[in-house]
Design a protein around this ligand. Structure first.
Ligand code: FES
Length: 117
């Protein structure tokens, strides 16, 4: 059964700079962009390196090792060498403290971003 878990405060997210969080033992890269807040697996699908150490541009996160850029909305790689998508997780921003919460599910699906008051 899935559930939303607090990942971080929105104010702690620097635009276009990934933040690594660990929820239920899963390493997740949380990213705030002009298009919303996204959460993707913090593990490149090409090799076991951290995506949160990469750069964000045009709603993608680029792996620092070989340069594959993964779409933050879908997890799909837009460039080689990676060919397998990374997991994405739904994100909501809620509460007066503007907590970014991430839905952890055993079978994550392509992400969506929701913001609510
Ligand atoms: S390890 Fe990420 S693209 Fe190769």
């Amino acid at each position: 059964m899935s559930e939303f878990q607090h990942a971080c405060l929105l104010g702690d997210l620097v635009r276009d700079r990934p933040m690594r969080v660990v929820l239920d033992g899963l390493a997740i890269a949380v990213v705030r962009t002009d298009e919303g807040v996204f959460a993707v697996s913090d593990r490149c699908s090409h090799a076991d390196v951290s995506l949160s150490e990469g750069e964000v541009e045009d709603c993608t996160i680029e792996c620092w090792l070989h340069g594959s850029a993964f779409d933050l909305r879908t997890g799909v790689p837009r460039s080689l060498p990676a060919i397998v998508p990374v997991a994405t997780y739904p994100v909501r921003v809620q509460g007066e403290g503007e907590s970014a919460v991430v839905e952890i599910d055993p079978t994550p699906v392509s992400g969506r971003t929701e913001e609510s008051a």
